[in-house]
Design a protein around this ligand. Structure first.
Ligand code: VGL
Ligand code: ZN
Length: 217
């Protein structure tokens, strides 16, 4: 459900900008439909938050989430990995390649941290907090807690994968968590968007729009 109250971004609030990388933008290896539509709202929002963290999908070649690593499998099929079901993707965000670069159109020079994820060859990591085995931590929750943040605002790509999983893990880590939906876009494969929305609602993620954020930076 979309909530309507206005929110003033303050000292205990952090904006997490998820995976706004060239491979998820038009022309990229795993382009999210209308992915570039997130950039203007994110740049506007970032001016209202003193504290901004970026995530960066960062896979080694031959990563387990790539369909090309599984004989006979095509992108967007699901396979079983040691931790459970895994959607298989086109090769994307390979470490050090242009597609893995964060979009140069993001205008957030004051971002304080870039957290990389998905670097373990055998484990995917949609979430900025915890890998897909649901045990391996990226360290982000500890960082945010040590910095004294209590509210987490999630934006970026893709709403139904990395943004949703990041928001769900933020809730689990104890943060009051918001999804700013007009600053996010979905891949929507096999019902993933409806499922992500359902999971976020059940977890208590507040779904808001960027106009509801008032700045205090
Ligand atoms: C993502 C699929 C694979 C995302 C990352 O950023 O949502 N989706 N890797
Ligand atoms: Zn990935």
């Amino acid at each position: 459900m979309t909530e309507r109250a206005t929110i003033k971004a303050g000292e205990h609030d952090v904006l997490i900008v998820v995976d706004v990388q060239l491979d998820f933008l038009p022309g990229g290896a795993l382009a999210v439909p209308e992915g570039d539509a997130v950039i203007a709202p994110i740049n506007r929002l970032a001016k209202l938050f003193r504290h901004v963290v970026l995530t960066q999908d960062w896979h080694p070649e031959g990563h387990a989430s790539f369909a090309s690593s599984h004989p006979e499998k095509q992108p967007f099929e699901v396979t079983e990995l040691h931790y459970g079901p895994q959607v298989l993707w086109p090769n994307h965000c390979v470490q050090g390649t242009p597609g893995a670069e964060i979009s140069p159109d993001l205008d957030i020079p004051h971002a304080q941290l870039v957290i990389r994820k998905g670097y373990n060859a055998r484990i995917d990591s949609y979430s900025g907090f915890k890998e897909a085995d649901r045990r391996t931590s990226t360290g982000l929750a500890g960082y945010l807690k040590e910095r004294g943040f209590s509210r987490v605002f999630c934006v970026g790509l893709a709403l139904d994968f990395c943004v949703a999983w990041t928001a769900l893990d933020a809730v689990e880590a104890g943060f009051d968590t918001y999804l700013i939906e007009d600053a996010s876009r979905a891949i929507d494969t096999d019902g993933s968007l409806a499922r992500a929305r359902r999971d976020m609602e059940a977890a208590g993620v507040h779904v808001i729009r960027s106009e509801q954020i008032l700045g205090a930076r």
